[in-house]
Design a protein around this ligand. Structure first.
Ligand SMILES: [Zn+2]
Length: 94
């Protein structure tokens, strides 16, 4: 199809990387089938792929991620409050 964004290129089937938001995290999914514009590089995901990404990430991974991150934070003696302090410090420096 003709790319709706740049209106110059046309899309080809290919594999790309998709960033999916899960709560406050971003999951990077590799090799996701998509239509990719050969001019501007814009990626288009079919409804089916979008639904699959959603199902896998939101319904399957969100609980696991919460548990795993809690464990890691516990090990490092971190909590939400400390992390926010670290992040604020970092932002203030810029
Ligand atoms: Zn384009």
């Amino acid at each position: 199809m003709k790319c709706p964004i740049c209106k110059v290129g046309s899309t080809r089937e290919g594999l790309t990387t998709a960033n999916v938001n899960i709560k406050k995290y971003i999951l990077i999914c590799k090799d996701v089938p998509a239509l990719i514009c050969n001019h501007c590089g814009e990626k288009y995901f079919t409804n089916e792929i979008t639904k699959q990404l959603h199902d896998i990430t939101q319904e399957t991974l969100s609980n696991i991620i919460d548990e795993e991150v809690d464990k890691i934070w516990e090990k490092k003696g971190l909590n939400q409050e400390k992390l926010e302090m670290v992040l604020n410090t970092h932002i203030n420096r810029e």
